[in-house]
Design a protein around this ligand. Structure first.
Ligand code: HEM
Length: 420
């Protein structure tokens, strides 16, 4: 489906009166202007829309700012363990969303005290990351990547830059050696497991990521270092090696894709919007303002799956049954007319829900680390290639066909070649 408005499914799932007129979420991925889509959904369904995931599996899309805030701050009603789902009997083994929804014994799916234990270890391990060192390392990674294409006068920044930089930075923070072959292979396997190109095998790549991180945990037990993995191993909560491997995978995967898309979406804004005109100094909006505006208007994790109702309850005038799945509509919540009554979305503050909210929100130091990575990536690129411009018309840029992550398929640019 490629239309501009949401279309209702032809047939609601059997026995589900609440999902009469539900919207096929899977079909909306070709939407290029999600803000219009969310506006239409809100008009037709209110703050909680009945939706159908791939294979016509029913779920609720939470569109309102107040409702997303409520769901994420009431764990006793809307919890994170996906085994609560009442739809498991209908989910096929090869269901495309299984990698995100299938239960894994990681921090992501734990609840209550167990979640506090696991998330506490991650938070403390990330808190000890020195932000100046991280900025310096990101600058070194940025310089190396830019040098690899600076001489040619053109580049596709999504693959040559935005994806690789946060992946390398995060695995390095976790204790992988800077710039080693081994680190590059892990970064490549990460990319394949999260976003395989044609002919690549994401499951094999995911297996290799797991093996390499298991080996890293062993290495750090024998030779501790000033890194996240060592701090997780030494934490008094006493996580097992298996728990640490699971949570390292969660941290690295949770960090890489959103930060990569944050970088690319910000570069797109800087290169296409005259308020941010790059070559003119003075009086222009800054990189920091562009980064913040992207979190309001083109947030990387536009929808996040999700939460599962602990018991029958009500939400936004809807009856939610125990075990129902709720998708957090973070992009929709950020542009909710209830918080922007003037039909103008400002970007002056950081009250967006892009890092979610509540117990399971992106753990406190992570947004700061993402900011260091993204800001360093953008600023270094603009400093090294000051006459950078888009190599295509802005209208030719296309968004990836995904309802989950908001990011470009490619960001082709050109600049005066730099002789090195
Ligand atoms: C632009 C960058 C980022 C965005 C937009 C983002 C957004 C999110 C969102 C929406 C969640 C889901 C929260 C929920 O379930 O309610 C999340 C969780 C998480 N994020 Fe981030 N994130 C970013 C960067 C990072 C980075 C850099 C790290 C680590 C260094 C990180 C680590 C995590 C972890 C471990 C979780 C799981 C928390 C839990 O379930 O307790 N994220 N993030």
């Amino acid at each position: 489906m490629t239309g501009t408005g949401p279309s209702s499914a032809d047939t609601p799932p059997p026995g589900c009166p609440a999902h009469q007129g539900a919207v096929r979420l899977g079909g909306l991925e070709y939407q290029q202007t999600p803000s219009q889509l969310y506006r239409t959904l809100r008009r037709e369904h209110g703050p909680i829309a009945p939706v159908l995931l791939d294979g016509d599996i029913p779920a609720w899309l939470v569109l309102g700012y107040a409702e997303v805030s409520y769901v994420t701050s009431h764990d006793e009603l809307f919890a994170r363990d996906s085994r609560r789902w009442n739809q498991w009997p209908h989910i096929p083994e090869d269901w495309p969303l299984l990698p995100f929804v299938g239960y894994q014994p990681s921090v992501l799916f734990t609840e209550g005290e167990e979640h506090q234990r696991r998330a506490g270890v991650i938070t403390e391990a990330l808190e000890a990351v020195d932000q100046f060192e991280l900025a310096r390392d990101c600058q070194a990674i940025a310089d190396e990547l830019i040098s690899s294409f600076a001489g040619s006068g053109r580049a596709e920044l999504m693959s040559a830059y935005a994806h690789t930089l946060p992946a390398r930075a995060v695995v390095q923070v976790c204790g992988m050696p800077l710039g080693g072959e081994d680190t590059h292979r892990l970064v490549d396997d990460l990319r394949i497991s999260l976003d395989a190109a044609e002919g690549e095998d994401p499951i094999a790549a995911y297996g290799r990521v797991g093996s390499r991180l298991t080996q890293l945990v062993k290495e750090k037990r024998e030779r501790p270092g000033p890194d996240v993995t060592t701090r997780m191993l030494q934490h008094p909560a006493g996580l097992t090696d298996e728990e640490i491997v699971q949570d390292l995978i969660s941290v690295i995967a949770a960090a890489q894709q959103p930060t990569a898309n944050w970088i690319c979406n910000t570069l797109r804004l800087l290169l296409t919007d005259e308020r941010f005109a790059l070559n003119v100094s003075g009086g222009r909006l800054s990189v920091g303002e562009a980064l913040n505006e992207v979190l309001w208007l083109d947030t990387p994790t536009q929808n996040f799956i999700g939460r599962w109702a602990v018991r029958d309850t009500q939400l936004g005038g809807r009856r939610i049954e125990a075990g129902d799945c709720l998708v957090l509509g973070l992009a929709a919540a950020n542009t909710d007319p209830q918080i922007w009554p003037e039909a103008h979305v400002g970007a002056e503050n950081a009250a967006h829900l892009s890092f979610s909210n509540g117990e399971h929100r992106c753990p406190y130091p992570a947004p700061l680390l993402a900011d260091v990575m993204a800001r360093t990536a953008v600023e270094t690129l603009l400093e090294r290639l000051p006459d950078l411009v888009l190599a295509v018309e802005p209208e030719e840029l296309t968004w990836r066909p995904s309802i989950w992550m908001r990011g470009l398929t490619a960001l082709p640019v050109e600049f005066t070649p730099v002789v090195q």
